[in-house]
Write a new protein. Sequence first.
Length: 334
Amino acid sequence: MRRHHRSAALTTAVLAGALLAAGCSSGSGGKQSETGGTDAAAGKATTPRMTVALVTHAAPGDTFWDLIRKGAQAAAAKDNIKLVYSSDPVAGNQANLVQNAIDQKVDGIALTAAKPDAMKAVVAKAKAAGIPVVGFNSGLDNWQELGMLEYFGQDENIAGQAFGERLNQQGAKHAVCVIQEQGQVALEARCAGLKKGFKGTTENLYVNGTDMPSVKSTLTAKLQKESTIDQVVTLGAPIAMTAVQSVKDAGSKAQIATFDLNKDLVGAIQSGDIQFAVDQQPYLQGYLAVDALWLYRTNGNFSGGGTAPVLTGPAFVTKDNVDSVAEFAKKGTR
């Protein structure tokens, strides 16, 4: 697996927590839906109508992907694009959805590569068919070797390191990193980065993110068994909200911090139930991925020159700055 090297200056800035401005998923489980979006920005393209497929690994019930879709819909409305969305958390099924898009002869494909090996063959087929493919959200270490034009997302390992540095500042000693999908590269990278940046003890806890009662009971049992855990790190907003209940049920004094936002989580930061969140700006990821395909088709543009990813995070949302994000969260765009 080939890793793209970013500058030392960028890495240092992120690890120092310099990005303090406010910043995986609701899916259709493989069911396709078509929408052009209604949240267009100022102006609208007069270029010929295009069709773009947005194919993700979204699991049913995860609100993170609602933000991705809203961003994609906004770009589609602005760019005169017919947006075809589909998702499936099973990598092989997701690859089949990409093949469906190829068969439909779409003008461009934007996809997530949570399981990169499963996407390799189908991305090659898209290229052979003359269909440009961009990546977003998952697959930062693999987008170039997969043959994608561009990538939009967060460097999850660097974000994890920044997360760990922040826990050091808060005096945490023993963290449990809750992974809701084993083998998903972005999630695993977050916990790996956390372990690298955090000076205390870090251990991973695997749960089934599609079964919240199971998540709650598994985490509660872990906290009851290991009273030294003083920090719960979750990798998605719904998991974080469940963790709040687990901590209470276990009688634990552990603090909770998380990756990713939704409306409920913003409220939890305001109330103090959640310490902070790392926002990768999913709305922006969806918007940029779709808009990039329009730019490529109409003007031959490559964001990042086709050689560097476009980073959308990390940004820390804390009690100090959460109010500036809250109004956007209420609209469902942050």
